[in-house]
Design a binder for this molecule. Structure first.
Ligand code: ADP
Length: 395
């Protein structure tokens, strides 16, 4: 019987899941439960091309997981009939403690809990899913796969902020980086496309989704990344500001009386594309920009300008770059953003071919471009499943 892995991505009000057949890496079934704790929740389950939707009340994560198991039983495949080799859990923050996929024990749960100080929105939600799943699948190996782990290879000079020593020593303030499973998956795929071993290529990976981050990858390992202590730093995102002058926060505190939680909320939820143009969906912004909307045009221009700065910086960090790789919702689908972000870089050996770019090809650099420019769909669930299976088999 082929082995299967169930991947669980438990958020504060939702649980996303996917069941994969690991002999082929294909998705057998998947879905999500959302609006946990609200008056009206929702479950969506897909199996192959069939999709099932239901409205239900989901009090907490335990109830959510029970609904998921019931959906598998009703719409297939029943989980007690498949050979589950592991349950893989996405965990956002692994701090300095977890630098690899980790078999979950009570002690590991305590570690993830301690790191909640660094990721107060994410780690407790991830942990709620872990606790529930461990209870419901108590004879299966559970593995935590951390968004931060891929960046554990960063050198001290790359992850250290120039701040007072006690902040660093006593409060864990340093750059950790996120989107690690995506950067890992995409950089391996890029090496494959370049016909080289991952250890032989240097890449700049641009993960442009709702959250967005750039990563400088040297020989298959992360040497720098744009997200820092939290996923707020770096590129312009759907609702997050990315880089800014930290003095802006003190200024807004003094001149508008904003408190720390208000600043936190504004920079995480009302900034980025939403702050620039009242919408965090790049599809809408593209449509509006095409219709001549100045706000949408500016939002897209700011977004691209920030990407350009990181590409330039990471070329200098890496010294030699074989390819620039676009991935995630915007990176995979918005040819205009890809073209504008890399425009005018011929002298840096980067030249996007307009036709290849517009026609949705994987290889979008021109035939004279010194460096390849690639579009590679990411698959974080598959990466989590692979890493979980490998960890479970090593135990
Ligand atoms: P997440 O970070 O939540 O996994 P995704 O990788 O799915 O996000 O990316 C979501 C973003 O991708 C949204 O801003 C959405 O507007 C954008 N997006 C999705 N499809 C397109 C498209 N065809 N053109 C432009 N942007 C797109």
């Amino acid at each position: 019987m082929t082995s299967h892995v169930l991947v669980i991505n438990s958020g504060s009000s939702s649980i996303k899941y996917r069941l994969l057949d690991m002999s082929t890496g294909t998705k057998i079934a998947g879905g999500l439960v959302e609006r946990i704790g609200e008056a009206k929740g929702r479950l969506e389950h897909t199996r192959g091309t069939d999709r099932f939707d239901s409205t239900l009340v989901v009090g907490d994560h335990e109830e959510g997981m029970r609904h998921i198991i019931a959906a598998f039983a009703e719409h297939g495949p029943a989980l007690d009939r498949v050979r589950l080799s592991a349950v893989g859990h996405r965990v956002v923050h692994g701090g300095a403690e977890f630098s690899a996929p980790t078999i979950i024990t009570d002690e590991v749960c305590n570690g993830i809990d301690r790191l909640s100080a660094l990721a107060p929105l994410h780690n407790p939600a991830n942990l709620a899913g872990i606790h529930t799943a461990r209870r419901l699948f108590n004879d299966v190996t559970h593995v935590a796969v951390f968004d931060t782990a891929f960046h554990a290879t960063m050198a001290e000079e790359a992850y250290t902020y120039a701040i007072p020593r006690s902040w660093r020593d006593d409060h864990g303030v340093r750059r950790y980086g996120f989107h690690g499973t995506s950067h890992a998956y995409v950089s391996r795929k890029a090496a494959e496309l370049l016909g080289a071993e991952p250890t032989d290529v240097n890449l700049i990976v641009l993960h442009l989704g709702n959250g967005a981050s750039a990563c400088a990858v040297r020989g298959g390992t992360s040497v720098d990344t744009s997200m820092g202590l939290t996923p707020l730093e770096g590129l312009v995102m759907g609702t997050r500001s990315g880089d800014l002058d930290p003095a802006i926060m003190m200024h807004m505190h003094r001149s508008a009386g904003l408190s720390a939680p208000e600043l936190d909320d504004a920079l995480n939820h009302d900034s980025g594309l939403r702050g620039l143009a009242d919408d965090n969906d790049m599809r809408q912004l593209r449509r509006r920009a095409e219709e001549g909307d100045e706000q949408a045009k500016l939002a897209r221009a700011v977004y691209c300008h920030r990407i350009r700065k990181y590409v330039g910086a990471y070329m200098a960090v890496l010294g030699h770059v074989d390819a620039i790789v676009f991935t995630a919702g915007v990176g995979e689908n918005d040819a205009g953003i890809r073209a504008d972000a890399l425009a005018g870089m011929r002298d840096l050996g980067i030249d996007v071919d307009p036709e290849r770019n517009a026609s949705g090809r994987t290889w979008i650099s021109s035939s004279t471009s010194e460096r390849a420019v690639l579009v590679i769909p990411t698959d974080e669930e598959l990466e989590i499943a692979r890493q979980s299976l490998a960890a479970a088999q090593y135990r």
